[in-house]
Design a protein around this ligand. Structure first.
Ligand code: ZN
Length: 296
């Protein structure tokens, strides 16, 4: 039996929140619909942030209400604080992705709180959907520079002690290399042995797919990706998006891994959403197509 790799599609959230153009709610719902039709089973669909701070993410409740319930599909919402958690619970998210930042500098800029304050808030999030915790800037911070692996280990230990089921190691600004990915995943696994590990990479410096390879080799079965390679980072000028879903799926398909995703449908979706944004997809496969090329 071939190994299954689960891909969490993050373009409706991490992708679109970092694009200059603001897509209306109906286009964002259509993007989610197309991604799910292409086989996506876990999609980060919304972010419960202040809409004035981030107009790209306005209308989270409307989007959740527009999605028909489907037990096969898990729609996740990003949560930065207690208010976001309450909104995610009320909106009926199937899961919540709570962000804990590895540095206070990024935490204060991104969500107005220190790491310790975020961890205290996390401990109070109860009575809602399953929680995944993302450790943001786990490989490097735009404000504080290098992030010590001991800091990441300590945060992972705290999260593990809270009984969180899934822990995401995020290279928010795309500075990791495959070898540090392997080391940090190993130490996080030891610090939080009860949590499933998941990885989130940005391809800012062309190491995204190499980092995905390293994570898979380290035993990680769940990876985030964004169709078309959408996204960036508001605090990192010149940053590009997440690894492109179609690039990751192509690589995994070729190697014989199982994903639930259909490559031609992803390429079509990447072109559609990038058309709405008035840009070309940055993912290689949306430009080059898959292989073997279908005979016409
Ligand atoms: Zn990200």
């Amino acid at each position: 039996m071939s190994r299954k790799i689960e891909i969490v599609e993050v373009s409706p959230r991490d992708g679109l929140q970092n694009e200059a153009a603001v897509l209306p709610v109906e286009d964002r719902v259509e993007l989610i619909r197309r991604l799910e039709a292409a086989g996506a089973r876990r999609v980060e669909v919304v972010s419960f942030v202040n809409e004035r701070r981030m107009p790209q993410m306005a209308g989270a409740e409307q989007i959740m209400a527009s999605l028909t319930n489907d037990p096969q599909k898990r729609r996740s919402g990003l949560v930065l604080n207690r208010r976001g958690w309450d909104r995610a619970v009320a909106a009926g998210c199937d899961e919540a992705n709570v962000v804990i930042t590895a540095t206070d500098g990024f935490g204060l800029a991104n969500q107005g709180s220190t790491t310790a304050e975020q961890l205290a808030g996390l401990a109070e999030m109860k009575g809602g959907p399953p929680i995944s915790v993302t450790i943001a800037v786990a490989f490097g911070c735009p404000f504080e520079g290098e992030v010590d692996e001991g800091v990441v280990r300590e945060i992972a230990g705290e999260i593990g002690r809270l009984g969180i089921g899934e822990l995401v190691l995020a290279d928010t600004i795309g500075v990791a290399d495959p070898w540090v990915v392997r080391r940090r995943l190993d130490l996080v696994h030891k610090a939080a042995p009860g949590a499933q590990l998941r990885a989130h990479f940005h391809d800012t410096r062309n190491t995204g797919l190499a980092n995905a390879f390293a994570a898979i080799e380290a035993g990680v079965d769940t990876l985030d990706a964004s169709v078309g390679g959408l996204g960036g980072c508001p605090f990192a000028p010149g940053a590009t998006g997440n690894i492109g879903t179609e690039d990751l799926v192509y690589m995994l398909d070729r190697a014989g891994f199982e994903t639930s995703l259909d490559l031609p449908a992803l390429i079509e979706t990447a072109r559609w959403v990038c058309g709405k944004l008035g840009k070309a997809p940055v993912s290689a496969i949306s430009r080059a197509g898959g292989f073997p090329v279908p005979v016409r």
